[in-house]
Design a protein around this ligand. Sequence first.
Ligand SMILES: [Zn+2]
Length: 343
Amino acid sequence: MTKTPLFPATIAGSLPKPGWLSEKEKLWAPWRLEGELLEEGKRDAVSLVLHDQERAGIDIVSDGEQTRQHFVTSFIEALDGIDFEHKKTVRIRDRYDADVPVVVGPVSRPRPVNVEYARFLAQSTDRSTKFTLPGPMTMVDTLADEYYGSREALAWEFARALNAEARELEAAGIDVIQFDEPAFNVFFDDVRAWGVQTLERAAEGLSCKTAVHICYGYGVKANIEWKKTLGEEWRQYEHVFPLLQLSSIDQVSLECRNSRVPMELIELLRGKDVLVGAIDVATNEVETPEQVAETLRKALDYVAPEHLYPCTNCGMVPLPRDVARRKLHALGAGAALLRSEFR
Ligand SMILES: [Zn+2]
């Protein structure tokens, strides 16, 4: 691991996959390979996105989720107690319907899910590495439950499974473990009652950095329509940030670029590392380095320089590869620009 500079650039999560690995520009796209070839293909794709990130000046690199079909279900698939054969239609994030797996018995993690991929990532780069997992509440909100009868009870079970996985990811050499909790932007009462506690349970005992990513979703139609209903100012973070500020989680990843989130809400996170989304993932228009630096400068009114991490708003998996690559470069160059002003 190399020493990280001031304003270490990182990404929220996913990057587009090569067309030979899965269908392009599509969420949940099925694999084009199978068996041994699929495993080899996933690792080759990780090598490609690592190269792209390193070339772009991204300091804390990730596998771009090249080894996963979906950020939640790919983890759930590996657990016991869940029926993937007889899916049910449920409403997700209060926003759209999806066919999801069903909890039919006690959930447990019989074996590591991502640990070998994490080891491959850590061994393939000299840079600091990040690995993303779904958060307990977002997992609960991405399936149907016919066993526990309580979202909270199920969340605690998922938190236990996530914690076992996270501890092994850390042992495999990962420097930052991030939990994705888009559901935190929707279910404020649950966040307060048990969301942050179950998240802390998932991160319990880790000595690496821990992060939570809370966003307004990928740039897909249902999310764009939802955002239109949120009014002139998006103040969802106002419910969650004070709770996270008091939590054991080290870093918070949020969206800022082209978003109506008032920048001053960052103040509510004082003392935490803030991963400021300076790249909009809902447009193919590529930011300039100056635009990236501009977003980061605005954030600096509310966060100390040593706590500012330039980042993307969300995952880039649905974008064309060349657009994502150019956005990565803009992010790295924007971070470098800001850094040059602090010498
Ligand atoms: Zn996101």
